[in-house]
Write a new protein. Structure first.
Length: 316
């Protein structure tokens, strides 16, 4: 038996994912409680002894982002005060990842603020999946494991029905990730060029590559407002056939994205991972959700037993 027992805990953000991970590892889910007081303050308690244990807390900081982030920070403080041996944050969806630099003067670099908060509150390690900018890893002074859901999502398209498809990057910034999909699936790669007209609106200027007679599979790291869904206009204008697929790691899915998905007959499916809990109001018959619990359970097990994790990390 290990000197420091392995324990899995969760906040309110995605208990189903934490339960699935705990079941795979055959570890009981830790007992804890989060309450919200009438004045909106968050209160957390750990309801069992955790002294000298290795804790992994599962908490993707999705909507409501600030509530889930604050809850996580309070749990880190509680674990530290309870004298745990170590506490690792399993944060499949990293908040504020798109605010990773000063795009103009007098802006906060919010992703760096989140990194500082996690580190200062006692996190010994952070694990996240398909972050918007891989350079965010450098914001930390503690070990960070940047995982990728590409193998999980790409496996869905390893069927004969997708042999006539083409992988599409929605912009130059995603070309490296889309290239990984193209390499794994042995499919051609197409890159779209776009210009951002506002924080939520983009305009496709041209398509680089041949999509004539091909079914497009558009790759992205996340979908929030759904602006990427509008880019299929350019693809079908360029000769794409049949219905398009979208493949996205993080299904943020604001109401506008759900409306676009459900009302555009040219979209066959949106394939996503469960890095974020998808509530019933965001469900859609076109939504296909694949679990990353086996991936997260694997890396937790490897970290706990001190074995190599290099083949699981995000690389392109």
């Amino acid at each position: 038996m290990a000197e420091h027992p392995l324990r899995i805990f969760t906040g309110r953000a995605h208990p189903a994912l934490a339960t699935e991970i705990a079941d795979i590892l055959k570890v009981p889910l830790g007992k804890s409680k989060t309450r919200v007081f009438p004045d909106s303050e968050t209160h957390v308690t750990i309801d069992e002894v955790v002294r000298e244990q290795d804790i992994f807390i599962v908490q993707p900081c999705s909507e409501p982002v600030n509530d889930h982030l604050m809850e996580l920070l309070l749990y880190l403080d509680a674990f530290r005060r309870a004298s745990v041996h170590s506490v690792s944050v399993v944060m499949p969806y990293f908040p504020y990842a798109r605010q990773d630099r000063m795009a103009k003067g007098r802006e906060a670099i919010s992703a760096r603020v989140v990194a500082n908060l996690l580190e200062n509150q006692g996190a010994n390690r952070v694990i996240y999946v398909d972050i918007h900018n891989p350079a965010i890893q450098g914001f930390f002074n503690i070990p960070v494991d940047p995982l990728t859901a590409i193998p999980v999502l790409a496996k869905y398209f390893m069927k004969d029905e997708f042999k006539d498809c083409v992988i599409v990057s929605p912009d130059v910034g995603r070309a490296g990730v889309a290239g990984r999909y193209a390499e794994i699936l042995n499919l051609p790669l197409v890159v779209m060029h776009k210009r951002r007209t506002s924080p939520t609106e983009t305009h496709t200027t041209h398509v680089v590559g041949d999509v004539r007679g091909k079914r497009p599979i558009i790759i992205d790291d996340m979908m929030s407002s759904g602006s990427v869904l509008k880019q299929i206009d350019a693809l079908f204008d360029a000769g794409a056939k049949e219905k398009a697929y979208f493949c996205v790691t993080h299904p943020v899915l604001l109401p506008s994205a759900i409306d676009l998905l459900n009302n555009d007959d040219r979209i066959e499916k949106l394939v996503v991972s469960n890095t974020i809990n998808i509530p019933p109001e965001k469900s859609s018959p076109k939504l296909e959700v694949l679990s990353i619990a086996p991936l997260l359970a694997d890396i937790i097990n490897r970290i706990y037993h001190g074995t190599s994790i290099s083949n699981l990390l995000f690389q392109f």
